[in-house]
Design a protein around this ligand. Structure first.
Ligand SMILES: [Zn+2]
Length: 248
């Protein structure tokens, strides 16, 4: 069972409901480096600029495995939960097939969600192509392909206005056929949709921004809270980097 099930895609519960903090799951594979694969998970794997989740796995005997990070696995659709250092004994007792509860560090994830949604607001305020993105619990960083200088005060004020306006944030799946049938929809997106998988996940900050995105977001811009521009850097002749942080 371990060999064949190792290539099974992991059911991505966070994709439909970013607010799920835990789920029951079964171990499908244990990698040579100790990475754990589950049949389903609430842990977001690092991707799209957003950091992977941390958290813990609660075992039936009451013990816990601390998870330090989450990554995409080598096989398509698989997700690997990476245990924190120093848990060799507990890990050695694990077997594929074992049922457990997977629970994310919600405080950390919620910061990812708040920052991630703030980067969508930034896309609306700075209408230039994005060529780099990093979202962590401590800061969010977005690189814009542009040559003009950016006004730190104006961006900070724009973010505060959009957060205060409490815009709903929604997501939906759309087929590539539907996208092809509606060129104006594609034109209205701040980021162009990837092609080839048959369907695209759209994230809409109502009245503000529409773009394809697979990350986790808050449900309303008011949930982002007070976010400020830490700095704006000229990374290259054609790149302006905006770094956000939480006000408190
Ligand atoms: Zn997003």
């Amino acid at each position: 069972m371990p060999e064949e099930s190792a290539a099974l895609p992991t059911e991505e519960l966070f994709r439909e409901d970013a607010r799920l903090t835990e789920c029951s799951a079964r171990i499908t594979a244990i990698d040579d480096n100790g990475g754990l694969q589950l049949d389903r998970t609430v842990f977001y794997p690092q991707g799209g600029g957003q950091a992977g989740d941390a958290g813990e796995l609660l075992l039936a005997d009451g013990s816990r495995i601390a998870i330090a990070d989450t990554r995409k696995g080598a096989a398509p659709g698989t997700i690997v939960h990476l245990p924190a250092e120093g848990q060799g004994e507990a890990l050695a007792r694990l077997r594929p097939g074992e049922v457990l509860t997977a629970r994310i560090d919600w405080e950390r994830r919620h910061r990812h969600m708040r920052f991630h949604t703030a980067t969508h607001l930034l896309c609306a305020l700075v209408p230039h192509p994005v060529d780099g993105c990093s979202i962590t619990a401590a800061y969010a960083r977005l690189d814009f392909h542009m040559t003009d200088p950016l006004d730190k005060e104006a961006i900070g004020a724009g973010l505060a206005r959009l957060v205060a306006a409490a815009h709903p944030v929604r997501q939906r799946w759309i087929s590539e056929a539907e996208l092809d049938a509606d060129p104006s929809l594609v034109r209205s997106m701040s980021v162009q949709p990837p092609r080839g998988s048959g369907r695209v996940r759209l994230v809409e900050v109502e009245g503000v921004d529409l773009q394809p995105c697979g990350g986790t977001h808050v449900a309303n811009t008011s949930e982002i809270g007070a976010v400020t521009v830490r700095k704006i850097e000229k990374k290259s002749a054609q790149t302006r980097r905006v770094v956000l942080e939480f006000a408190n």
